[in-house]
Design a protein around this ligand. Structure first.
Ligand SMILES: [Zn+2]
Length: 289
């Protein structure tokens, strides 16, 4: 029987602050951050965009991946495209992921993988395979902030229909978080991670999450202050390339950007899930921070 790969899987809807949490949690000693590994094939084959590796190099030119693929290909006939979740495939997915992640752990000397591929279909499929031992992190951020962030993203890309984007993102937020919750909350290895709580200046919340991870996988020392930025991972946003002394700040811009009407429309759409995760229905006042 194969040795199980220990894995922390971060699942959420995009724009919930997962890049920030993966930089912190993926830097716990003994943990290897692989980023959005489900996009591995895409970042190597995308003809419209040159993707960067976490180390800052173009991923296609990064020696780390190249060496890894050559070795895996020679040893186990590794096929990169099988790493990506695919609804129809039944066999190679588990094997390809196990081979890749096991090799990454060997190469880096770490014992646990941090996978922030986000989508829950991939998680479901990994859970079905006997080759992984998985800790599920469900990250959640205020749905009004997430919907606003999707609207801003679409504005920056001049996609139009801004308010419609806001509404459709509100619905998606509700459906995704509800699905993730219903599918996984009974799993004994399910942990919730609230964005608003971990960006508070009080570090206890994040330290408690770090302790749970350490306990679960018997890891000893932790750093948790993301010093190690030379790390080869897939996807994420530009945050990983910014300066060393970052201060985690609560992002409250959405409180100004979301109108009164939009706030309540979104709150009505998202009501059951907002309530479940302790978000206030009414518009909260901005802190002085
Ligand atoms: Zn790299």
């Amino acid at each position: 029987m194969k040795k199980k790969v220990k894995l922390i899987y971060l699942t959420c809807i995009g724009r919930s602050g997962s890049t920030l949490s993966s930089l912190i949690l993926g830097d716990i000693e003994g943990v290897q951050n692989v980023g959005e590994i489900d996009n591995l094939e895409h970042v190597f084959t995308d003809e419209n965009k040159q993707h960067l590796c976490g180390c800052g190099e173009l991923i296609k030119e990064c020696n780390y991946w190249d060496t890894l693929f050559k070795k895996l290909k020679a040893n186990v006939g590794f096929n990169r495209s099988a790493v990506t979740y695919n609804q129809t495939d039944t066999g190679p997915f588990g094997n390809a992921n196990h081979a890749l992640l096991e090799e990454i752990l060997k190469k880096t000397g770490n014992s646990v993988i941090f996978d922030k591929s986000m989508q829950f279909h991939r998680l479901k499929k990994l859970l079905k395979s006997p080759d992984f031992e998985i800790l599920i992190l469900h990250q959640i951020r205020d749905g009004r902030a997430v919907a606003n962030s999707w609207r801003n993203f679409s504005k920056r890309n001049n996609r139009g229909f801004d308010r419609l984007r806001f509404v459709s993102a509100s619905i998606k937020w509700m459906l995704k978080n509800l699905s993730i919750y219903l599918m996984f909350h009974k799993n004994e290895n399910y942990i919730q991670l609230r964005y608003e709580d971990f960006v508070e200046e009080d570090k206890n919340y994040m330290n408690a999450i770090i302790d749970k991870i350490k306990d679960r996988f018997s890891l000893t020392a932790a750093t948790g202050d993301f010093k190690n930025l030379t790390n080869h991972f897939v996807g994420g946003n530009r945050m990983r390339f910014s300066g060393e002394n970052r201060v985690i700040k609560k992002d409250q811009k959405y409180l100004d950007e979301v109108s009164f009407f939009e706030w309540y429309l979104c709150s009505i759409i998202q009501y059951p899930v907002l309530k479940k995760f302790n978000y206030q229905f009414n518009k909260i006042k901005k802190d002085s921070r």
